[in-house]
Design a protein around this ligand. Structure first.
Ligand code: KG4
Ligand code: ZN
Length: 337
């Protein structure tokens, strides 16, 4: 490592949140996120509208981050940005901005993989203890469900992943069936906390440490259809219990596979990352792994869902390694970890 002190601007625009953060030597000075409410009425993210909203938000969000950090833009040593995976048009806004901003200041740019960022959110210096390596990380977001073996800041091995829908997608799609607004995951979580998990849904049979949520989603759909045929107010009358049952099943599927991976690898340092790690039941179940001899790491809420602090911290570690990108780099919507 050659550099030791750095101020990094992180930019995240892979989906529907426009975010900027400033990190100085591993500590967050500012972490700003602008959510896009424009998608709510469509029940999902509309890529073209997301790109336009990013264009509107990016300059004020970056300005606000610099202001809140109490620095001037000339103090920034490098700009880290999400280069994938994500929506191409959304990635283009963040990456083009990052390149232009860095070129204007004559400072380097750093490419960050969004999923890498979710994992390294654990290494933001906070009051929390930083996890040691090797680490098993359950990464659960709207687009991904993976169990990743993390051996250092840059070495990852995916030991299990979903063969169809992601866990966040399962939450959002079931929430949509229940008539909840997008994104339904956090709302479903709130109702679940008011209900009891009295309905049973089957668990998928998938080999090794892999996941599947598509059959589960279909089973909820048929269950609702059957019950609504008997009582047209079934959802309204049982909303909290349905949410609690759905949440319990999704979390149970995740935890069962995670436990299998813990046994197979012998790794006892367990982390959870990605938007679904904000889920109350998942946080509870992850914490209870301590009873089985594991040490668990759960990021603060603001570092679970999409944010730029996780991009800036990844950028910081890459900066220490002089791992810079060129202005010729293009976004990669299907970037692998
Ligand atoms: O990581 P993230 O912010 O964006 C992606 O990279 O996908 O994850 C968003 C996903 C959405 O599916 C959202 O519904 C889900 O995380 N999510 C939750 C909760 N908070 C966010 N799912 C269940 N319970 C929550 N509390
Ligand atoms: Zn994400």
């Amino acid at each position: 490592m050659q550099q030791s002190s750095a101020i990094i601007l992180g930019i995240e625009s892979s989906c529907d949140d426009t975010a900027a953060a400033i990190i100085k030597n591993g500590k967050v000075l500012a972490n700003i996120v602008a959510n896009q409410s424009v998608h709510e009425k469509y029940g999902g993210v509309v890529p073209e509208l997301a790109s336009r909203a990013h264009q509107q938000n990016i300059v004020p969000v970056v300005n606000e981050a610099i202001k809140q950090a109490g620095i001037s833009k000339e103090d920034i040593d490098a700009v880290a940005f999400t280069n994938g995976p994500g929506l191409l048009g959304s990635l283009l806004v963040g990456s083009s901005f990052a390149k232009a901003f860095a070129m204007g200041l004559n400072i380097p740019i750093i490419e960050v993989n969004h999923m890498h960022g979710h994992i390294l959110a654990h290494f933001i210096e906070d009051e929390n203890e930083l996890p040691p390596f090797p680490l098993l990380c359950l990464t659960v977001s709207g687009g991904h469900t993976q169990i990743v073996k993390v051996t250092d800041y840059f070495n990852f091995e995916i030991i299990g992943e979903t063969i169809d829908d992601a866990a966040g997608e399962a939450f959002d799609k079931v929430a949509k069936m229940l008539g909840l607004p997008y994104p339904g995951g956090p709302i479903l979580d709130q109702y679940a906390q008011l209900g009891n998990p009295i309905f049973e849904f089957p668990h998928p049979k998938v080999k090794e440490h892999h996941f599947s949520f598509s059959g589960f989603k279909t089973s909820v759909l048929y269950f609702l259809k059957r019950e609504i045929a008997k009582n047209e107010n079934f959802i309204a009358e049982n909303r909290n219990d349905i949410c609690a049952s759905v949440q319990k099943t999704i979390v149970a599927i995740l935890i069962k596979k995670l436990k299998g991976a813990i046994t197979a690898t012998g790794i006892k340092h367990i982390a959870v990352a990605g938007g679904v790690s904000a889920n109350s039941e998942l946080r509870k179940q992850i914490l209870s792994l301590t009873e089985e001899g594991c040490t668990t790491y759960i990021p603060k809420f603001e570092y679970c869902t999409d944010n730029a602090a996780m991009i800036a911290i990844t950028g910081y570690y890459k900066y220490l390694e002089n791992d810079f990108a060129t202005q010729q780099l293009v976004p990669n919507a299907r970037m692998k970890i």
